[in-house]
Structures are given as C-alpha cells and as structure tokens.
Design a binder for this molecule. Structure first.
Ligand SMILES: Nc1ncnc2c1ncn2[C@@H]1O[C@H](COP(=O)(O)OP(=O)(O)OP(=O)(O)O)[C@@H](O)[C@H]1O
Length: 292
C-alpha cells in the first residue's frame, strides 16, 4: 500500500500542500482530482522523490520510500520529458533498460506496448516528428515498459483521442488486476468516475474528500429526490418543503431528506407515481460541492 502522510510544502510564501494524506491499495485505481493549482503535481512529485516535502512522509507498506523503491515505479511527469531526436522504439527500449530490463526483455516489452498503444507503425519515427497525442502515447509506453510495481501518472489521458483513451484504460485496468496500485490525476471527471475505485479531491493544498467512488456517491446520495407523477396538476407540489425544480412531470427536490414521506403522500394523491427515488450524484457534482 502507498501512503501519503500529512505532506506540507511551501514555495516561498505560497502554501502548495497543507497536510495532504491519502492511501492507494494494491490493485486499486485512485483518481486524483482538483482544480488547477490545487496541488496534484506537487504531491506526485514528492511521491516520486523529484521534490522534497517540508514535512510529512511517503510510505510503501509501512516503510519510508527509498530511491531503489522508486526505480520500480512507473511515472509519467507533468513536464513529460522525451528525447525528441530519438526514435520511438529506441526510446522506449532505452528507458526499459534504464529501469532494469535486459536488452531482450526491453525489446519484448517495447514491441508489446507499441502494439497496445497503436504505435507500431511509428516505431522508427523520431519522437519530435509525432503529433502531441502520439508523443503522449510514447510517454505512457516509457512509464509502463518495465512492468512497474506502482504507477503514478500526471494527467495521462489529457490530449488523447477516444481510441487511445480506451487503449490506455485497458492497460491500466490490467495493471490494477495484477495488484499494482495505480494513481493518476485528471480533469476528466467522467473518466475518473468510470475507471477508478477511489477518488481523492484536493482543494487549495488540502484533501477535501478521499474515499471509494461508491462511498462518496452514497454519502451524498440522499440529497436529491426525483419524483415523476403522471396526470397530476402542476401545482401538486405547493406547500411541500425542499428546493424544487420541475421539468414536465419530473420534479427534483433538493434537501428533502426529512420530508420524503410527505412528498410521497402528496405525489400519490396527485396522480400516478411512475418514479420515486434518490438520485445519486455524479462525481462532477460531488467535486463542485467539495471544492465550493
Ligand atoms: N516551482 C514552483 N514555484 C512556485 N510555486 C509553485 C511551483 N510549482 C507549483 N507552484 C504553486 O503550487 C500550487 C500547486 O501547484 P500544482 O502544480 O501542484 O497544482 P496542480 O493541482 O497540479 O495544478 P494543475 O491541475 O494546473 O496541473 C499552485 O499554486 C502553483 O502555482
């Protein structure tokens, strides 16, 4: 398990991290989300040892991380960092060897990954000649080539087309199934919701939520009551409490937790109740609320 424990970091007067803690279990996909400048990259850089925290610790299975541990991590930094003049396959192979693979092992892993990421036809091209999206795929191949024990990816999905998003999602899901803790940051909350087991929401250097997607949705899940009544007159909700939004026969009651039975009685008296249930919020709604 990867544990981030009470990280604090300042850049001059600017407090970037103000007590960030969360953990990522083996076989867990953790989505790290937050507004621009919230502290995601800073946290990941400290996790990877390219930046030092002012205080706090990063541990793996209860032990402070050492340089050697991080060699077995796969990291995709925000600033990327490929050799523009090196050819695609050469580059992935080079990083494979740099991270401990034999020449033969690196060649096999390179071939497999280029295939998975639809880069085989570009294997002999210089990286600098590729589109940004394809360079991004090479960067991913570099992060994954040595079959890392832990994955830390800073916005790996940004700039990818939908086919590449699916290919990467599949590769990450395989690593997760093999027991690898996978941590990635993203602004694509629908994607995070679809792929991740857990989510951490950071706002101005503080974690404002960190839990499984299910738990976050369930916690907020009794806030919005959706009722559909056929054949009712539009004024059937008069006198009911809660913040009411109407769209034809569909009525949404926000903050109606204490008055749900009263609403049900009114709906039944007004017409045919076709739907009566709590709406589970999307991750985007949870995020907006958490960082508001
Ligand atoms: N080298 C630096 N010098 C000064 N301030 C910095 C430096 N790096 C980051 N910061 C500040 O620290 C805060 C956190 O930045 P960070 O890059 O970690 O955020 P982020 O969540 O990754 O943002 P984004 O989503 O835009 O990538 C921001 O206010 C940023 O301006």
């Amino acid at each position: 398990m990867i544990e981030i424990d009470d990280l604090h970091k300042r850049y001059g007067d600017k407090i970037a991290l103000d007590g960030v803690s969360f953990s990522v279990k083996p076989g867990e996909m953790f989505g790290f989300v937050g507004a621009n400048g919230a502290g995601k990259t800073t946290t990941m850089r400290i996790l990877m040892g390219v930046l030092f925290a002012d205080s706090g610790q990063v541990r793996r299975d209860g032990r402070a991380l050492a340089f050697e541990d991080r060699r077995r991590f796969g990291y995709m930094p925000e600033e990327r960092g490929l050799y523009q003049k090196m050819k695609v396959a050469e580059q992935v192979h080079y990083f494979g060897q740099l991270n401990g693979l034999s020449p033969k092992g690196a060649a096999k892993a390179t071939g497999d990954l280029l295939e998975r990421l639809a880069l085989t036809e570009r294997a002999g091209d210089e990286v600098g000649a590729l589109s940004l999206g394809n360079q991004q795929r090479v960067q991913l191949a570099v992060a994954l080539v040595h079959d890392p024990e832990v994955l830390v990816l800073d916005e790996p999905f940004s700039g990818l087309d939908p086919i590449a998003v699916d290919a990467l999602a599949e590769v990450l899901a395989e690593r997760r199934a093999a027991g690898v803790p996978v941590l990635f940051s993203s602004h694509q909350l629908d994607l995070v919701e679809r792929l991740c087991d857990s989510v951490g929401i950071i706002s101005a250097g503080r974690m404002v939520a960190s839990d499984t997607v299910e738990a976050l949705r369930a916690r907020e899940g009794r806030r919005l009551l959706k009722v559909v009544v056929r054949g009712a007159t539009p004024d059937w909700t008069t006198g009911l409490s809660g913040n009411i939004t109407k769209n034809g026969d569909e009525v949404l009651f926000a903050d109606a937790n204490g008055s749900d039975q009263e609403i049900l009685r009114a709906a039944t008296a007004a017409g045919t109740v076709e739907h009566f249930g709590w709406e589970r919020p999307t991750l985007t709604e949870i995020f907006r609320e958490a960082v508001a």
